[in-house]
Design a protein around this ligand. Sequence first.
Ligand SMILES: [Ca+2]
Length: 303
Amino acid sequence: MRRTDRDARRGVHLLLITCLAAGSALPATAVPALGADAGDRLGWHDEPMPDGLERAEAEGEYRWTKDGAVMVWVSPGAFPMGSETGPADERPVREVWLDGFYVDKHEVSWALWKASGLPWAPEPGSRMPYPKAPDWGIRDDEPVVNVSWTWAREYAEWAGKRLPTEAEWEKAARGTDGRTWPWGEEPPSFERAVWRDHPVAKKSLATVDCCAAGASPWGALNLAGNAYEWCEDVYDSRAYSTLPERNPVKLDGGRYRVLRGGAFLLEVEDLRSALRYRLYPEDRADYIGFRTVLPGVTATAEP
Ligand SMILES: [Ca+2]
C-alpha cells in the first residue's frame, strides 16, 4: 500500500470529525415519505422514486438532480455476503437482507466535487483543507481522490445522499449470486477494471466512465479498481458474526473505516469484491475516492 497523506492540519477537522464520526445513526438523506402521488413517479423497475430523482435517458439509469449523478437501482432482498476463500474477516458467509437503494453508477468525479462548492484548491487567506491534486493533476472526468472519509461524507451530506454501508457496497458489486467480481467469475481484464498492470494505471486513474465491460449486475462501473471507495461502516473483523442480518451497519466502536474495491495502483487480487480494507477516517491518498447511495422510498426487504 502506498503512502497515505495524513492531514497536517488535522486540528481544523477535529470539529467535523467529532460531529460526523460519532455516528449513532446513518445520516439523514433527502428521501421523503411516500406521498399520495408517489405512484405517479415510478422508476424503471416500477418502484416509486424519491423526489429529486428522475429517470435518465438510458434505460435503467436515473439522475439525482442535486449533484447530477447517474444512479442505478439495487433491488430489495437477500444476497450472500462474505467469502469462504478470503481472509477470516470475510466469514461467516451469510444471507443479508437489504432495503432497496440507488447507487451512483460512477465514482464521484472531480467535476461533481467542484460543482458541490466544497474546496478543491487553496484559497487565499483560507485555512480550509481541500483534496490535493494528484501528481498528474486534476482531470474533471476522473474520480476525486485524496479525500478523507470525513470529506466524502461531507459531499454526500451536501448532495442529500450518504455513503454506502459495507453491505450495500458489496451487494452493489456482487448482486445476489455470490459472484467474485462485479462482472462474474471471469478473471479481470483491462476492459473490465483498472489495477496496477493496466496501461492507464502507469500514469493515473482512469475516467469514471471507463470499463463498461466490468459493470456490476445493476450497471455500476469500477466497483472493482480505479479509486478505492469509502464505506460508512466502522471496520470490525467480527462484523459478519455480530451485526444483524437485516440492513447491517456498524457506526461506532472502532477507529478504522472500511474501504472496498481495490485501486489503480494495487494488485489484481485487491479488486475482489468481498475483500475488506480499512484506514483511519482522516486518511487521504491518491488512490482513495468514493461514491454515494440514496435509499429507496418504500422498497423494504422482507426477511
Ligand atoms: Ca472503484
